[in-house]
Design a protein around this ligand. Structure first.
Ligand SMILES: [Zn+2]
Length: 81
């Protein structure tokens, strides 16, 4: 059964947020610190699982930055444009 990257079992989001103390765990420049998303630590395309072990709390800014090329790529927060 193929994993669907942005579909989580009910309750998983809250469980990950609680484990991560309701703080974004990626912390890229521009991070708001408030998690609104979940991030796959090992990307689904690289075989990562949608499981508690492979998910972490992420704010929208960090998640977008990662989706647009990963944490090593320079990221300019939109509010500075
Ligand atoms: Zn963040």
């Amino acid at each position: 059964m193929p994993a669907r990257p942005w579909r989580y079992p009910k309750g998983m989001r809250e469980a990950v947020y609680q484990r991560d103390n309701h703080a974004c765990r990626i912390r890229l420049p521009g991070c708001t610190g408030t998690p609104t998303d979940l991030d796959h630590i090992v990307p689904v395309k690289d075989g990562g699982m949608t499981s508690m072990d492979n998910l972490r709390a992420a704010c929208h800014e960090c998640n977008q930055a990662r989706a647009n090329g990963g944490p090593r790529r320079a990221y300019t927060p939109p509010e500075r444009w």
